[in-house]
Design a protein around this ligand. Structure first.
Ligand SMILES: C[S@@+](CC[C@H](N)C(=O)[O-])C[C@H]1O[C@@H](n2cnc3c(N)ncnc32)[C@H](O)[C@@H]1O
Length: 284
């Protein structure tokens, strides 16, 4: 067995499957995982094509809105609701009440995620606003510059509230880039974390919605424990899996797109290779 494989088996376990997340999650038994970090498809790039028909006469809108796209566009919103319902239901079943769940969203899906979580019985611990100070400018000049994402922190224990929160660390910690967090002051729900990635994060290419590692590291720092099992239903380029591995967790993920699956695997293999090199170096 190679040194890389030995290291994988010794220090941590991980799996990444090229598979639909709902199908993948269904094979795990109830309460198998301690934590989930979920960065779902947002539905932001929907091709829905609502047009104002020339013969319109809708009161207040100057005309009748007509859906000029095909019916699959109409179904898409409904399907997205159904899909979100399915994965949130699985999270409720799979995550232990002593752990927690983090869900990323934008305005496209944050309402759906919030409402469905509450209906399904996940309690919201906090809603965090990830403030992206260096957000890309709005090129159309028809909207404000989108500079934040909404992140829900939730738990499955309902009123019992057994979830883990390292309050001491959250208070003590200081992040050099975060202009809102003062050392020895409680961590607020607005996190000032620039969205740029280091060279090593994009060495094998990048994903269109790739998260910076330090965002995920902050979630882990305050709410995770070493040795825990982390579920990442929508792995993308593998950011959450990598952060979990580095924290000392056992990580399991799914990704449906082969290109992103390959990218995540490359990043993870590289991570283990680097660890091996560090070991060789420290052993002389
Ligand atoms: C928002 S991105 C995640 C990006 C990730 N956080 C990162 O840092 O790279 C969501 C990912 O979910 C994948 N995806 C979409 N539907 C899926 C499904 N049903 N099962 C598994 N993965 C899916 C997409 O291909 C995409 O890579």
């Amino acid at each position: 067995m190679s040194l890389t494989n030995q290291l994988q088996h010794k220090n941590s376990e991980y799996s990444l499957e090229l598979k639909d997340a709902i199908e993948g999650m269904s094979k795990y038994q109830d309460k198998y995982f301690d934590m989930a970090i979920v960065d779902p498809p947002y539905g932001a790039s929907t091709k829905a094509n609502w047009n104002l028909d020339k013969k319109h006469n809708l009161e207040g809108f100057g005309g009748e809105w007509k859906l000029s796209s095909s019916s699959w566009d109409l179904l898409k919103g409904h399907e997205s609701f159904e899909f979100t319902f399915q994965w949130i239901k699985e999270l409720k079943r799979l995550i232990k009440p002593t752990g927690s769940i983090w869900i990323h969203s934008t305005y496209h899906n944050s309402g759906i995620v919030n409402v469905l979580s509450q209906i399904i019985g996940l309690e919201i611990i906090n809603e965090v606003v990830w403030y992206k100070r260096n957000a890309f400018p709005n090129l159309s000049n028809r909207r404000l510059t989108a500079s934040h994402e909404t992140i829900l922190w939730l738990h499955t224990g309902e009123k019992k509230r057994q979830y883990y929160f390292d309050h001491e660390t959250a208070k003590k910690v200081y992040f050099i880039e975060d202009k809102l967090k003062m050392p020895e002051k409680q961590l607020r729900t607005v996190w000032d974390i620039p969205n740029n990635k280091s060279k090593s994060e994009i060495i094998f290419g990048n994903h269109p919605t790739q998260k910076p590692l330090r965002l995920i590291e902050r979630m882990l720092l305050i709410s995770a424990q070493k040795g825990w099992k982390l579920l990442v239903p929508f792995a993308g380029s593998g950011t959450e899996l990598l952060a979990g591995l580095d924290f000392g967790m056992e990580v399991h993920g799914f990704e449906i797109n082969k290109e992103y699956y390959d990218l995540a695997n490359k990043r993870i293999s590289h991570y283990f290779e680097e660890k091996v090199n560090q070991l060789k170096f420290s052993n002389g």
